[in-house]
Ligand binder design. Structure first.
Ligand SMILES: Cc1ncc(COP(=O)(O)O)c(C=O)c1O
Length: 428
């Protein structure tokens, strides 16, 4: 329906307007096909998160909204397992959280050490380079992780201000153990940042106990929400670094407010200003993405209600059932299994099966999405995720049944029912 005032205008003689009008009229309401998202993320959002996101908006400074913001901060302290006051959301997908952290912590010329063991280590490097930091990297083969002594040797060699490391690198399914890195960093006077987008909520993660200064995440994996909000937590030491460059923008600046000669090189991702917006001062910055905040709050509420150790155990159980089933189908599992994340498993694509065609059959015939791989693993490895809302027995068994069919149709010899049977036995 056109707006009232122009309903009676004849658009048929105005070709551009006519085309736009026809296009608009042929767009159906959003009604996505039913899918079971069993890739490395995004996964199906928890319906409770979707319901929270459909709640009506309130004003930016409505007491209800500021109360939701404070509750969200407290809930995410529970998810990150931290006492950090500075625990909040950056509006944007996970990489918005990464950009905010790196561009706010690093000044041009600062040395940052990035251990790279997969695609997302490369992303940290890329973002740090754009922040004009002096980026030093160490690299390991995809599917493996670094020992603490390898990282310490690089810290001694490069003397960085910041160690920026991915926790679970989704591209390789493995997670860099972090429990010793906080102490190492403290010993050498280095700040520690980690990207926990893929791991948080589904794997043990202890911000304070492990001594991590800054952690960022996203909703679309073990947190069971859509992408679009990046939870972040900063230690007091990290907040000091950010605030040392504080620059309050003109127009809202009050007398005595800081104006830095070397401000953060992004306004949107300036954590100093974002902290003032979330803090008691409520200094205006962006307009908080209210519906995303509702969703992020619900993701955290569900995890805290369940208890983080229980959520980790849920991911371990269903992830392990999937691995049992995949092995029984004859798949060889990719990567160092001693450090694999609970929530995603990589399998070598069997000889004779075209990786993309197999995934297309999964999607078209079964409505199930599994993941391809990047870089050196593309065409060789599929990634299967079991996370968030999809950590369920039915989701695991259905995926295994469909995979068996794809393999046998592709000419691979499989024992009928082997994958589902092994997983059912595993569940007991
Ligand atoms: C470990 C990791 N970091 C960062 C990202 C980037 O997240 P986003 O696409 O939400 O910006 C992803 C996305 O899959 C990820 O797995």
């Amino acid at each position: 329906m056109l707006p009232r005032g122009i309903q009676n205008v004849d658009l048929s003689n105005i070709p551009v307007a006519r085309a736009a009008y026809d296009g608009a009229m042929s767009a159906e309401p959003i009604n996505p096909p039913p899918r079971l998202l069993m890739g490395p993320g995004p996964i199906n959002a928890d319906p409770r998160v979707l319901r929270a996101m459909s709640a009506q908006l309130v004003g930016q400074y409505d007491p209800a909204m500021t109360a939701y913001m404070n509750e969200t901060m407290e809930l995410y302290r529970g998810v990150f397992r931290t006492q950090n006051e500075a625990t909040l959301l950056v509006d944007g997908t996970s990489r918005a959280g990464i950009e905010a952290a790196l561009i706010s912590l690093l000044e041009p010329g600062d040395v940052v050490l990035v251990p790279i063991f997969g695609r997302f280590g490369h992303l940290l490097r890329e973002i740090a380079e754009r922040a004009q930091a002096d980026v030093r990297v160490i690299e390991r083969e995809w599917g493996t992780v670094f020992t603490p002594s390898e990282i310490e040797a690089a810290i001694i060699e490069h003397k960085p201000k910041l160690l920026a490391v991915v926790h679970g690198d989704t591209s390789t399914t493995v997670a860099q153990p972090l429990d010793e890195l906080g102490e190492l960093c403290r010993k050498h006077g280095v700040l520690l940042y980690t990207d926990a987008t893929a791991s948080l909520g589904g794997n043990t993660f202890e911000t304070d106990q492990w001594g991590i200064d800054v952690v960022t995440a996203g909703l679309q994996k073990c947190l069971g929400g859509p992408s679009g909000s990046a939870p972040i937590t900063l230690s007091a030491a990290a907040v000091d670094v950010v605030n040392s460059r504080k620059s309050v923008e003109a127009g809202i600046r009050a007398e005595g407010d800081a104006v830095s000669a070397h401000p953060v090189r992004s306004n949107y991702f300036d954590l100093g200003q974002i902290l003032d917006y979330w803090g008691p001062r409520r200094l205006n910055h962006h307009t908080e993405a209210t519906s995303m905040l509702y969703g992020a709050r619900e993701c955290a509420r569900l995890l805290v209600e369940e208890g983080l150790p229980n959520a980790v155990e849920r991911h371990r159980l269903h992830g392990a059932a999937m691995v049992e089933g995949l092995r029984a189908l004859g798949f060889e599992i990719f990567g160092d299994q001693s450090v694999r994340m609970n929530n995603v498993v990589g399998v070598y694509i069997p000889d004779g099966i075209d990786g993309d065609a197999g995934r297309a059959t999964m999607l078209e015939d079964f409505g199930i999405e599994i993941g391809t791989s990047f870089g050196p693993l593309h065409g060789k490895v599929w990634r299967v995720g079991v996370m968030g809302y999809n950590t369920r027995r039915d989701a695991v068994l259905t995926t295994l049944a469909a995979l068996e069919n794809v393999l046998s149709r592709g000419g691979v010899t499989v024992t009928s029912g082997a994958g589902v049977g092994a997983a059912v036995d595993f569940y007991g």
